[in-house]
Design a protein around this ligand. Structure first.
Ligand code: ZN
Length: 176
């Protein structure tokens, strides 16, 4: 059951006083019975980017690491602390693909659950449709396995690694 991996289940010791008195007081918060420390579990923000070529195919990356290694993904990643979603889009596309974005348009959000290191993170994925200057210098980073341009309408759900990306691709004709 996925709740086994939620921070509510996994975090037992208070990070402030170290006692074992950390308990869930709501479904999204933990309180320490010893010192009163309270912690809220929030969604993490991430970005997913739709980039099309001149044939209207979408640029997918191939995941190198788990979760879902070897499966299709969209460029993007977690928004850093203190960063805007727009800055995260520019940074991630440059880091992952060595591409320069020249325009972006916000499209929609999707939720995702991301199991990493024994914790189930819940994310809010912000989708942007972007244009790049050119594909001439396209080159994948070390933490990406590869890339492929595909007609999104022919990509099968089982080829895609993450739930939110599956939802984005399923809705791409309506959304974008
Ligand atoms: Zn405490």
């Amino acid at each position: 059951m996925e709740s086994t991996y939620s921070p509510i289940e996994v975090f037992n010791f208070c990070p402030h006083c170290g006692s074992r008195g950390l308990t869930a007081d709501t479904e999204k918060s933990l309180t320490c019975n010893s010192c009163g420390f309270r912690y809220f579990i929030n969604m993490s923000a991430s970005v997913a980017v739709i980039i099309r070529n001149e044939k209207d195919e979408v640029l997918f990356t191939v995941r190198k690491h788990d979760p879902a290694a070897g499966m299709l993904d969209l460029p993007g990643g977690f928004v850093d602390l203190g960063e805007t979603a727009e800055q995260a889009v520019v940074r991630e596309v440059f880091e992952e693909l060595n591409l320069e974005i020249i325009s972006m348009k916000y499209a929609a959000t999707f939720t995702n659950k991301y199991l990493y290191s024994g914790i189930l993170y819940q994310t809010l994925d912000l989708v942007f449709e972007c244009e790049v200057k050119s594909f001439q210098h396209l080159k994948v980073a070390d933490d990406v396995s590869g890339y492929v341009f595909r007609n999104p309408l022919t990509v099968l759900p089982e080829e895609i690694g993450l739930d939110s990306v599956r939802d984005i691709v399923k809705n791409i004709a309506v959304l974008l």
